[in-house]
Design a protein around this ligand. Structure first.
Ligand code: NAI
Ligand code: MG
Length: 354
């Protein structure tokens, strides 16, 4: 089976970790011999935005539609305002390709440690299901009286019944597929009294079709406390675009480092390609040093291969990653001293043993 992959390394460490992930995928494909990847790289970066005036060309989204999946590094660089980079590349892709789900698993990998005292490997094993198409990132609003001393900014969050129902169904299916069958829904429906209240209501309506799933509801502020103090009490979590964005960085840090966490931007209808990327950004503070943790990129690559239907290859890649972390080969953010290349070489070696 041959899969066509669009690769968008982007900026900063996005470039390093994408290169590492493509090398690991190539090793996986050669070793197993069960599938092939035909990769096309797109140089849609902040540097090119500054010279060409755009991240992707006008037909960029149409070009992407021809692929089976998209592998993304990170976008954002200090020379371009972050709302410009995000809204010219990653957000249009998620929206135009109907990637309305963002799945963000986290757990403590073999040989690594949570910064939480007493939190053992099995105690933190979560999947955050993030609404990825609307909510607080709907992009609606504006600034009035902008060039005066009484400027007003509005940022409109939009929650539609269709949008809420489909993310809830996905979250319930995810919860049902996991051993504990447990789903926690997060909002801030005490202070935000419209869209969040609709979330709550639709959550309980959809729940009626999933009586085997154990449910509960949290306000997002209290949720941060529960994640830190009682990680074991959580399993699958569903939250809005903004809340899940924040909670998933916290989740990654609690499971060891933001550098290990993967994400899948999915179009569950499979009419468009889905996109896979680590949850972290371009990390300008460590860019160009060759020390970025590539594990989140590898895990994202495993999720991509799984989505394409290559379950065995995905499981093999995860085993290879954890054999390496278990052996203590890791980057500084995980407490080790290896660089990106050393970790990548080690994972490739483990893949060759599969
Ligand atoms: P960031 O995730 O890039 O970095 C936060 C901190 O975590 C930094 O100290 C960084 O060094 C560290 N870190 C991140 N990934 C790491 C890795 N793989 N290994 C080791 N350490 C790692 O978030 P920040 O600094 O807020 O954003 C930087 C840029 O990235 C901004 O332009 C932002 O807009 C963009 N961004 C892009 C995203 C995307 O493309 N999906 C997601 C998040 C941020
Ligand atoms: Mg984020």
């Amino acid at each position: 089976q041959i899969y066509r992959i669009a690769s968008i390394p982007g900026d900063g460490i996005g470039v390093d970790i994408t290169e590492a992930a493509l090398r690991v995928l190539a090793t996986l494909s050669t070793t197993l011999g069960t599938f092939e990847l035909e990769t096309t790289t797109f140089d849609w970066s902040s540097a090119n935005y500054l010279t060409r005036g755009h991240y992707m060309p006008e037909d960029g989204l149409t070009q992407l539609k021809a692929f089976d999946a998209i592998y993304f590094g990170a976008v954002g660089w200090p020379s371009v305002p972050d709302h410009i980079s995000l809204w010219n590349l990653i957000l249009p892709i998620r929206k135009a390709l109907n990637q309305y789900v963002n799945v963000r698993p986290t757990r403590i990998l073999a040989g690594t440690k949570s910064p939480l005292v007493g939190c053992e490997r099995g105690d933190l094993d979560w999947v955050i299901v993030r609404e990825n198409s609307e909510g607080e990132y709907a992009g609606q609003g504006g600034i009035s009286h902008e060039h005066s001393d009484h400027a007003i900014g509005t940022e409109l969050a939009i929650f539609t019944q269709v949008g809420i129902e489909r993310i809830m169904r996905f979250a319930f299916e995810t919860a049902r597929s996991r051993p504990r069958k447990k789903l926690t829904m997060v909002t801030k429906s005490n202070a935000q009294r419209h869209g969040m209240v609709l979330w709550d209501r639709i959550f309980y309506e959809v729940a009626k079709g999933y009586e085997d799933v154990d449910i509960d509801k949290m306000l997002v502020d209290a949720m941060t406390v529960r994640m830190v103090l009682n990680p074991k009490s959580l399993d699958t979590i569903v939250a809005t675009n903004l809340h899940a964005d924040i909670l998933s960085d916290l989740a990654a840090a609690l499971s060891g480092s933001i550098g290990i966490a993967p994400s899948s931007n999915l179009d569950p209808t499979r009419k468009n390609p889905s996109m896979f990327e680590p949850i972290h950004g371009s990390a300008p503070d460590i860019a160009g040093k060759g020390i970025a943790n590539p594990v989140g990129a590898f895990w994202s690559a495993a999720e991509m291969v799984r989505w394409l239907g290559e379950e065995k290859a995905a499981d093999g890649l995860m085993r290879a990653i954890e054999n390496v972390t278990a052996a203590g080969v890791s980057t500084k953010d995980l407490g080790g001293s290896a660089d990106t290349k050393t970790v990548t070489d080690a994972v490739c070696k483990e893949i060759e043993k599969l």
